[in-house]
Design a protein around this ligand. Structure first.
Ligand SMILES: Cc1cc2nc3c(=O)[nH]c(=O)nc-3n(C[C@H](O)[C@H](O)[C@H](O)COP(=O)(O)OP(=O)(O)OC[C@H]3O[C@@H](n4cnc5c(N)ncnc54)[C@H](O)[C@@H]3O)c2cc1C
Length: 408
């Protein structure tokens, strides 16, 4: 019977262990936390957005999108749903974003644990892997006080994001030890710091906006949704979505600017007309009161300041040039990104082990026969919306299934 050792008991490791055991392998899973699935518990604000009905490939970013596609074709979103339904999960569909009906991420982690238990997978928690060697065709997995031996090893140690959940980057070290390269892992799905001092004045404001990232002055990507202003800069889902591009650009020494369009449905001219109408009807009020109903007061104040419109002026005193400048600010509210938030505040990392260092979608290393890799450790990062867990399920399943079938 094939002896498979899985390192890491997160989403991809649990899936890999289950897939291998279902193929008849003798599986041992080593997890350094006191329980498996710690990161699963915090996903989707504790509700676990475990996949998404929209599987457009643009949701997955990698240097090798063709391999991501092959993998997702081999273990798809609908196979993932079937898998979890067989374990007992009732799926709740929120506009295509799929959650457990319980509303509890813990039920996903627990269903995986129960399945692993049913399959008699040996799960060893509080077990940190320190070193992995391969000698005479056998893997030696060394922990403090014990050496586990296996025919194959599946690395499923995650990235460096949210290290309090256990993913502290050990997987990169193990992979490098076996000759793999690592595309430097950088924080993604996170907020960004901005240079503008007026961010502090905006802290706490939430406003829907179209968010566009410019790299070295050229449009890179955009997203739309609720932006959260914070003392350090910008946060919220649309900012998370573009953060992986900002992380990579800043790492390469490029400049990053974000422009918020606070009224995407209107042109500058339309906004000028709206502001002129407001002048006519409510022009006796202060500038921020004229903008009441358009934006929260703190935001109106900063918009007026940036447009160079004195806060002491009443609306009816605004000149045509001031109205134009204000309309432009509303359409192009700009921020210079100085850095992205750190690994501690990031949901995932962009970067990791390049997919072309694997033997196709078997997930087996081209460098070391019998070594498999899965999950966020690999160079695939998904958009917010269930795509990172889908990658963990897909890559974990494929790694586990092929690991169990490896020729000795
Ligand atoms: C706050 C937050 C919310 C998120 N929400 C969502 C969401 O709703 N939907 C979605 O799709 N994605 C979400 N994600 C991302 C998703 O959780 C991850 O992409 C996914 O869990 C990665 O799975 P993994 O198995 O690759 O890594 P991990 O889940 O990080 O698992 C790696 C495991 O390996 C263990 N380990 C590491 N080193 C060692 C070692 N040396 N020895 C033994 N064990 C080790 C770790 O303790 C850990 O348990 C979220 C992430 C965060 C942080």
């Amino acid at each position: 019977m094939k002896k498979v050792i899985v390192i890491g008991g997160g989403a991809s490791g649990l899936m890999a262990a289950i897939a291998a055991a279902r193929q008849g392998a003798k599986v041992t899973l080593l997890e350094k936390n006191k329980q498996t699935g710690k990161k699963i518990l915090v996903t989707g604000n504790g509700r676990c957005n475990f996949t998404n009905r929209d599987q457009d490939l643009s949701k997955y970013r990698s240097d090798h999108p063709e391999l991501v596609k092959q993998a997702l074709d081999a273990f798809s979103m609908s196979q993932t749903v079937d898998f979890f339904e067989e374990l007992g999960l009732l799926v709740k569909d929120r506009n295509g974003y799929l959650y457990p009906n319980s509303g509890q991420a813990a039920s996903v982690a627990e269903l995986l644990r129960l399945e692993a238990q049913r399959l008699q997978i040996k799960m060893s928690c509080n077990t940190e892997v320190l070193v992995i060697e391969k000698e005479n065709g056998i893997f030696q997995v060394k922990t403090d006080g014990w050496v586990y031996e296996g025919d194959v090893v599946i690395l499923a140690c995650g990235s460096k994001a949210a290290p309090e959940t256990g993913s502290t980057g050990d997987g990169y070290r193990f992979a490098e030890h076996f000759g793999h390269t690592v595309i430097i892992p950088l924080p993604a799905l996170t907020g960004v710091h901005a240079a503008e001092k007026d961010c502090a004045k905006l802290a706490g404001v939430r406003q829907d906006a179209k968010v566009t990232l410019f790299v070295n002055g050229e449009k890179c990507t955009e997203d739309e949704g609720e932006v959260q202003f914070t003392a350090y800069g910008l946060s919220g889902i649309p900012v998370f979505q573009i953060s992986r591009y900002a992380s990579r650009a800043l790492e390469a020494g490029k400049t990053c600017e974000i422009f918020l369009d606070l009224c995407p449905v209107y042109t500058v001219e339309w906004i000028e007309n709206i502001l002129r109408d407001k002048q006519t009807f409510t022009g006796n009020r202060s500038g921020t009161d004229v903008l009441l109903g358009m934006f929260p007061e703190k935001l109106s104040q900063v918009l007026l300041e940036r447009a160079g419109v004195s806060l002491k002026k009443k609306g009816k005193e605004w000149s045509d040039k001031e109205i134009h400048r204000l309309a432009v600010q509303i359409k192009q509210f700009g921020f210079s990104v100085t850095k992205c938030r750190g690994y501690e505040q990031a949901q995932i990392c962009t970067g990791g082990i390049p997919l072309d260092e694997l033997k196709g979608i078997s997930m087996e290393s081209k460098k070391i026969p019998g070594l498999y890799l899965a999950g966020e450790l690999l160079d695939v990062d998904g958009a917010c919306g269930g795509y990172n867990l889908q990658w963990a399920w897909t890559s974990g399943y494929l790694a586990g299934k092929s690991a169990a079938k490896t020729e000795k």
